[in-house]
Write a protein that binds this ligand. Structure first.
Ligand code: BTN
Length: 251
């Protein structure tokens, strides 16, 4: 039997995903990783606040206890290491669509998975994976500024966009339902995820500065390839496919 999420209880979403709520955790991603052996695919860990919230590229994710979304989803069967980037794109598409549908806020996606509103960061996704001889699984962590005023200048919240407080619970349910649906689509026809991502992208067709762990360079963001890598054309005509890094949209 599926039922609606109730605060601070374990429950199930409409699509049967197991949800675990906490007042405070160090990081929902770390906790979901710890559960990975014992919990099924689709287990969701949600916290009101995180003491050691993690962002991409080793950054910290500020996690004030003011009605934002901090959640992580355990993804097990059907996940292949080469699909990691596509998974994050599917997560970003699910979140962008649910936010638009439930709050009216138009969200664009900055490659690979920054959720942007009015040109500022509304949320982000951190995908972490582990493999052993027997299995491969991933944890998809989502942080969304819902009601707290972000401390950073280039960040924004849903409340700042709409002027009203948003109830997190229906939004979480909408994102999780959307995520299940996008993952099903990904399993059947990955090209449809790419098409949906392209439609929501703020990055394609823009000049970008890319920072990877090894280098920084600029070029034109032309497209994403079938694995979700960003295709950047350099001023000398050379084309690069980027699988991880930070993108700044210049023009
Ligand atoms: C980014 O840097 O854009 C990704 C941010 C991801 C933050 C979320 S909050 C829930 C989950 N737990 C974490 O420690 N990080 C992710």
């Amino acid at each position: 039997m599926s039922r609606k999420i109730e605060k601070w209880a374990a429950g199930r979403t409409e699509r049967g995903m197991l949800t675990l709520y906490f007042k405070e955790l160090d990081s929902t991603n770390d906790f979901a990783m710890e559960l990975s052996e014992s919990c099924p695919h689709g287990t969701v860990v949600i916290a009101d606040t995180q003491k050691k919230g993690k962002g991409r590229m080793g950054r910290r994710w500020e996690s004030p206890d003011e009605d934002n979304i901090y959640m992580s989803v355990l993804l097990k069967p059907g996940v292949k290491p080469k699909d990691i980037t596509l998974l994050t794109l599917a997560g970003a598409v699910a979140a962008a669509k649910a936010i638009k549908k439930l709050t009216g806020v138009g969200v664009r996606i900055k490659w690979p998975n920054d959720l942007m509103a009015s040109g500022k960061k509304l949320g982000g996704i951190l995908l972490e994976s582990r493999s052993s001889a027997k299995s491969f699984f991933a944890v998809m962590g989502m942080g969304i500024n819902v009601n707290a005023a972000p401390s950073e200048m280039n960040a924004v919240s849903i409340k700042a966009e709409t002027g009203a407080k948003t109830d997190r619970i229906p939004l979480i349910e909408g994102i999780l339902d959307g995520l299940e649906a996008e993952l099903e689509t990904l399993r059947k026809d990955r090209s449809r995820i790419l098409t949906r991502w392209r439609r929501l992208s703020s990055t394609l067709g823009r000049e970008v500065r890319v920072t990877t762990r090894k280098e920084v360079f600029s070029g034109m963001a032309e497209d994403i390839d079938e694995d979700g890598r960003l295709i950047v054309r350099m001023p000398d005509g050379q084309v690069r496919a980027i699988s991880s890094g930070d993108v700044m949209e210049l023009r």
